[in-house]
Design a protein around this ligand. Structure first.
Ligand code: SF4
Length: 239
């Protein structure tokens, strides 16, 4: 069984974002990403300079750790990163499902894998212009196709008016995908800090701005959520 690059495994905690917000979860954070978003809040799992903190783990070893953390009681496992889609999580999903665990995964939609169809939920999070990245929509649609019947939702982080207009255009392009909008954390943690200062007042203002903007436009389709874990724990890592 080949080993996976894992930046951290932690929990149980709650999922802090999107469609499964508040759901008890163990996180498996993959190391490595094909993007370099300007405001990335997980650089410790992206930048190869932090590779020495990552572990090479087999699927069996990851599941053993997940079972230790969850006391052997099945729950939702969130595959995050980095971009988990650049590695092969099929063996972990297969082993975990046999023990009753469900797997949700978030990815930007830049790499499609056949094993997406084994997930419980796929969260596609295309990155808006403020990230400095450009979405390849053909690849994004390949991700959708490979997910097949798996529940798939879209999450877009919004930092400014340009991102907001982009999110509206993307929503028009994929009207059947449930959409979750989220204000960005403009004070993301540096990669070598595990409890960096955060501007919570600024984050709440941005959340109110986003709500006002969508409701003012009578755009009622998206669900507009803050990052719940950020409100509870700030930039603290591993919670
Ligand atoms: S895709 Fe996600 S993990 Fe990768 S650089 Fe962007 S925000 Fe960070």
């Amino acid at each position: 069984m080949s080993a996976l690059r894992i930046a951290e495994i932690f929990g149980p905690t709650i999922q802090g974002e999107g469609a499964v917000i508040g759901v008890p979860t163990v996180f498996v954070r993959a190391g490595g990403c094909d993007y370099r978003c300007s405001w990335c809040d997980s650089l410790h799992a992206v930048d190869s300079a932090y590779r020495h903190d990552w572990s090479r783990m087999t699927a069996a070893a990851i599941l053993t750790r997940v079972e230790e953390l969850s006391g052997g009681v099945p729950l939702t496992v969130s595959l995050s990163g980095g971009n988990p889609a650049i590695q092969n999580f099929a063996p972990l999903i297969s082993l975990g499902k046999a023990r009753g665990y469900g797997f949700a995964m978030e990815t930007q939609g830049s790499v499609a894998q056949d094993w997406f169809s084994a997930l419980s939920m796929l969260i596609l999070s295309p990155k808006p212009p403020s990230s400095g990245e450009t979405v390849d929509w053909a690849r994004f649609e390949d991700c959708l196709a490979r997910a097949g019947q798996v529940q798939t939702v879209m999450k877009i982080v919004v930092f400014d008016d340009v991102d907001y207009a982009w999110a509206r255009a993307v929503a028009r392009r994929y009207p059947d995908l449930p959409l979750y909008l989220q204000p960005g954390n403009h004070t993301p943690p540096p990669p070598d800090a595990d409890d960096a200062e955060i501007d919570l007042d600024g984050i709440m203002s941005r959340y109110q701005w986003l709500i006002d903007k969508a409701l003012g436009d009578r755009w009622y389709d998206p669900t507009i959520l803050p990052q719940l874990h950020v409100l509870v724990w700030g930039n603290k890592r591993g919670v």
